[in-house]
Design a protein around this ligand. Structure first.
Ligand code: GLY
Ligand code: MN
Ligand code: MN
Length: 461
């Protein structure tokens, strides 16, 4: 059993203290955070286990069947951090592997107390007694809500002994989302490494590309590279989309053949120690872009560059997207994807939204432990009396993706040489006070550089 990283444990402790200070400031109370359940894939076979991101953020503990309980005391020194986890079990450990058990977990992870998960239903009513507020992932799952109700019933049965149950509940995720949105140095170091590994996987897949292979062959190259470098998992299901499949936004790697003359779009990233990378590259199967492919590719790349230039502290979250849309819309008019005579100017195209026929998603999202990471995109707080809350200004330590695209389905009013072309270019960026830091440029993005790299392996046939 490898010991948990001491810097990570220190960070988790500091995060727990922050949550506790927040609870205390709100009048005290208890926070309860369960990890994710194990999920059966099919008879006797589980999906690979993945802890809950919030739980891990505060605990660094990766075993299933665990619950973290934080009790705010009247002063910081009187706070309690309690872990409930699986008890030691000689026979189960022979089958499934090592379990810390409460005693070793408390010691190794630095909790104040730890108990067997089997005791949680008897202990929680005591821990919740006379507490003003319960914070937990409110209505996140029927199972959690059921357990909370059982515990609260347990407190209420002590009513005649003068015990009161919490009178209010709040969603602990609101606070944690805000905390998770700004990454600390340890998180950024992991995300840098996840970005590097994922970039090298894209390089490997591009260099392996040749006509006659199937999409799943390139998926295998990606997986090989992820695991070879110690990534535990993919951060999301890899998209490897040959030719027309690139126009299906949530396509998976399938059995379609890679053909000379077609593009291949790969959207794939690994998860390393709980943190995601998210990269898309689009490249010619044979190693050379055709003229129409290149034309659209350069528009998408220019859109990405425009968005990246606006990805910096103080700029509202929507601005990179709006910049990308402007470049894409202009490109659609220039290439005749959109008919100038019918559509008018680029401002008209933006106002009418007609660009959405070829670009139907947003240009980025928060990235972190979850690929579509948590955090509000608008300024938190109540909505103004009129209109929506303003878009949130970017801050140093936020991580976003920048991922414009163009997807052309066949239609009579669309020039035929663009049919079936689907292009997306996606990189991961850390917001700083100056230019953003791109985490994923270990894989080339400029068309000439992609072609040169593919030639290196003799793929440009
Ligand atoms: N791979 C998921 C996304 O790009 O949003
Ligand atoms: Mn993405
Ligand atoms: Mn992606």
């Amino acid at each position: 059993m490898t010991a948990p990283d001491s810097a990570l444990l220190q960070a988790c402790r500091a995060r727990r203290e922050r949550v506790l200070a927040h609870l205390r400031a709100a009048g005290g109370g208890v926070a309860v955070l369960p990890t994710a359940p194990e999920v059966m894939r099919n008879r006797d076979s589980d999906f690979p286990y993945r802890h809950d991101s919030y739980f891990y953020y505060l605990s660094a503990f990766t075993e299933p069947e665990a619950v973290l309980v934080l009790l705010a005391g009247p002063a910081a020194g009187q706070d309690r951090s309690i872990l409930f986890c699986r008890p030691k079990h000689e026979e189960r450990e022979i089958w499934d592997g090592y379990r810390y058990g409460p005693e070793a977990a408390r010691e190794a992870f630095g909790f104040d107390e730890a108990f067997s998960i089997e005791e949680i239903d008897t202990r929680m009513p005591q821990l919740l007694a006379n507490q003003p507020m319960l914070s937990y992932p409110l209505a996140a799952s029927a199972e959690i809500d059921r357990r909370v109700r059982r515990w609260l019933d347990g407190v209420r049965t002590q009513g005649r002994a003068g015990v009161t149950a919490p009178g209010a509940a709040q969603d602990i995720r609101k606070l944690l989302d805000e905390m998770r949105l700004i990454k600390d140095a340890g998180e950024l170091a992991l995300m840098r490494r996840a970005g590097e590994i994922s970039a090298s996987a894209h390089v490997r897949a591009m260099q392996a590309s040749r006509a006659g292979l199937r999409e799943y062959h390139l998926e295998a190259e990606l997986l090989y590279e992820f695991r070879r470098h110690g990534a535990q998992s993919v951060a999301y299901n890899s998209i490897v989309a040959a030719g027309p499949n690139a126009c299906v936004l949530h396509y998976r790697a399938g059995p379609a053949e890679l053909r000379d003359g077609d593009l291949c779009l790969i959207d794939a990233g690994c998860e390393l120690d709980g943190y995601a990378a998210d990269i898309t590259r689009t490249f010619p199967v044979s190693g050379r872009f055709s003229a129409p492919q290149r034309e659209l590719y350069d528009i998408v790349l220019a859109a990405q560059q425009a968005a990246i230039a606006q990805t910096r502290a103080g700029v509202p979250y929507n601005v990179p997207h709006d910049e990308a849309v402007r470049v894409l819309a202009q490109g659609m008019l220039d290439t005749g994807l959109l008919d100038r005579n019918k559509e008018g100017s680029v401002d008209d195209v933006i106002a009418s939204g007609s660009y959405r026929r070829f670009y139907m998603h947003r240009t980025g999202h928060w990235l972190g432990m979850d690929v579509h990471d948590v955090g509000e995109y608008r300024v938190p707080g109540p909505a103004p009396a009129e209109g929506e809350r303003p878009w949130r200004p970017l801050e140093p330590g936020m991580v976003v993706t920048v991922e414009p695209g163009i997807y052309v389905r066949p239609a009579e009013d669309v020039p035929e040489h663009y049919w079936h072309i689907g292009i997306r270019i996606e990189d991961d960026a850390v917001v700083t006070n100056a230019e953003c830091e791109l985490l994923t440029r270990g894989v080339p993005v400029v068309a000439d550089e992609i072609e040169a790299m593919m030639r290196e392996r003799g793929a440009g046939r």
